[in-house]
Design a protein around this ligand. Structure first.
Ligand code: FAD
Length: 326
């Protein structure tokens, strides 16, 4: 077993530990590494980063950080942040796409927001499903008005059924709504088959949470194989696949599957996280590929940051070296 396979579960468990959060967020040097992955804590910083990213020819998906909320007021606060953000983002959206609920649109939307339903109240002990649905509905309506897309992130497997059901309900009013499927879940091949019909927008990622072997493939080789199977289904389907991976093998496979299926550059997109494989992002843009950057901002960066550490031991080593040198 690779050292990273041993470290990953520990880091992902720490990502959900309030005690570890209190410790890690107090270390001054943490901030330097967080800045690599997160646009900043304020909406102005997110908008400034958006200007740079769109200016480079890449598209954007912005996430207001936060997850696992069990407080109604906090969930409403998250909605307010998205509404303010979307109003600011409308300056970047393409003309002619505002107020159109039709899908597919005449062209790809350059601006998207990503949301986590657990930040919108999905885990509330009473009416969680209903509150998250209503909150997400408000954000989707504001995004339509602003000419932006919305995609719902995937969280741990206990939320998948509820998330896909909320997405299904929202798509009745907002057909362009996208969602994320995680290739490491054993159910996902079937979900890809179900959700690759006309008008669908599916972001395929490998999956970033600590999941048991009963529901998820374990180890890189099995997850990579699953990703390729799911990718083929989406590329052969009738929707708009969004290929979220930094893995050169997955990116190359996406380009090959798309070509074999006769998909033009407008009929799928590649996606990467802010701060990861930047040179490769620019290379793909130079090749006229659609490439969207997932850009998180806000104060609740801890869980997101720990998942990035878990993905790559080199990030953790860098973090520990920085700590040692302070
Ligand atoms: P890996 O095999 O993990 O990595 C391949 C290569 O990419 C590595 O060798 C390295 O060079 C580079 N790399 C990968 N991660 C890092 C890192 N953290 N730091 C530096 N280099 C790195 N997961 C969810 O569970 N739910 C979501 O909603 C979700 N949304 C996502 C949206 C986007 C746009 C992207 C790109 C990822 C998202 N993820 C999400 C995360 C995803 O599930 C993976 O955890 C993450 O992308 C790493 O997998 P990989 O495909 O890049 O392949």
């Amino acid at each position: 077993m690779a050292p990273s396979d041993l470290l990953r579960p520990a880091l992902l468990a720490a990502a959900r530990s309030p005690r570890m959060e209190r410790t890690v967020t107090k270390i001054p040097v943490t901030r330097n590494l967080v800045d690599r992955f997160v646009a900043g804590e304020t909406e102005n910083q997110a908008v400034a980063a958006t200007t740079d990213i769109l200016g480079s020819g890449r598209y954007i998906s912005i996430d207001y950080l936060g997850e696992d909320t069990t407080d109604v007021a906090q969930a409403s606060g998250t909605v307010s942040h998205y509404l303010t953000l979307l109003s600011a983002l409308s300056q970047f959206t393409q003309d002619g796409e505002k107020n159109t609920a039709s899908f597919p649109p005449s062209s790809v939307r350059n601006v998207e927001v990503s949301l986590k339903l657990s930040a919108l109240g999905q885990f509330l002990p009473r009416d969680g499903h209903k509150v998250a649905l209503e909150n997400a509905h408000k954000i989707c309506a504001a995004a339509e008005e602003a000419g932006a897309w919305v995609t719902v992130d995937a969280e741990d497997h206990t939320t998948t059924d509820s998330t896909l059901s909320i997405v299904g309900e929202l798509r009745e009013d907002f057909p362009s709504l996208g969602t994320v499927l995680q290739a490491y879940l054993k159910r996902t091949e079937a979900d890809c088959k179900d959700l690759s019909g006309p008008g669908s927008r599916i972001r395929l990622c490998k999956g970033a949470y600590k999941e048991p072997a009963s529901v998820a493939y374990q180890g890189k080789a099995a997850v990579d194989d699953a990703y390729l199977r799911c990718l083929r289904i989406l590329m052969n389907g009738q929707g708009y696949p969004m290929v979220a991976s930094h893995d050169p093998v997955m990116v190359e496979a996406a380009l090959q599957f798309a070509e074999a299926k006769g998909r033009t550059a407008d009929e799928f997109e590649l996606q990467m996280l802010h701060g990861i494989r930047d040179t490769e992002q620019h290379r793909l843009i130079a090749e006229q590929r659609h490439l969207r950057v997932y850009l998180p901002y806000g104060q609740e960066w801890y869980g997101y940051f720990m998942r990035r550490l878990a993905e790559r031991p080199a990030n953790l080593a860098f973090f520990l070296r920085s700590l040692a040198s302070t």
